[in-house]
Design a protein around this ligand. Sequence first.
Ligand code: GLN
Length: 304
Amino acid sequence: MPSHLPEILSQLNADMRSDSDWGEVAAYIPELAGIAPDQFGIAVATADGQLYSAGDAETPFSVQSVTKVFTLAVALGRSGDQLWKRVGREPSGRAFNSIVQLEAEEGRPRNPFINAGAIVVTDELLAGRAPRETLGEIVQFVRTAAEDEDIHINQRVAESENAHGHRNYALAHFLASTGNLKNAPEKTLGTYFHHCAIEMTARQLAMAGRFLIDSPQLPRMIMPPRIRRLNALMLTCGHYDGSGDFAYRVGLPAKSGVGGGILAIVPGVASVAVWSPGLNRYGNSLKGTEAMALLARQMGWSIF
Ligand code: GLN
């Protein structure tokens, strides 16, 4: 790894803090509405075992939709390609919580990273298991990936979202009406809200993302063909209707969440986690996206 990475990260941290536009935090989850937007942390875990960080890399944040990568990995491990009968693999070109496309496409969500798709993936994971077991399996996968047992679900965030999750309830009930939900909406959504409420620091998330790097230097959690496919979905669908813009600006597979986290993968090289809770108009971290674009350019990191 180039020796100037620590300097690049500390300069990035300084640059991000010198600008006053931090974006808006996700106020539709009341428990997240009070978070100060002017925070920024970044961490890079490399295939050769190094960890570099700058800024608020030790502050836990709600990973929200970043969890969808981990739940998809667990669901594919369990159900294999059967899962694709219930959910597609195409970019949606719509907001993460869009309802209109789901009706037009008769209840088969476009991809596993929009809310409707992740609700179906969660529902699939509940087959033959109670919510507690399913959540235990997801959290254990994340802890193993991060080699860190100190990763937990924030119950208050999960309950806060459940109490105000009307759009997600609308999506789940519509899925149920088309036969693409096997469990009661309350049960699937309760599980979904809880895995979205997993908290990690940027350092922990960068460590957890290493299973997607695909390097012989790292312990293998899933096989390389599946790693490549998860990365393909992250590139095409990981930022919702901002996926094209992110690929254009950053050129790396990545997954965002409304908690302000982004996990990006440099295949064969590194896992990068950036966090800044203020969001852009797509619901992706404003400063996180800017920082990823600068880091990728300065490091010469791109899959293209
Ligand atoms: N839990 C959030 C929701 O369902 C996740 C959305 C996101 O991070 N984009 O709305």
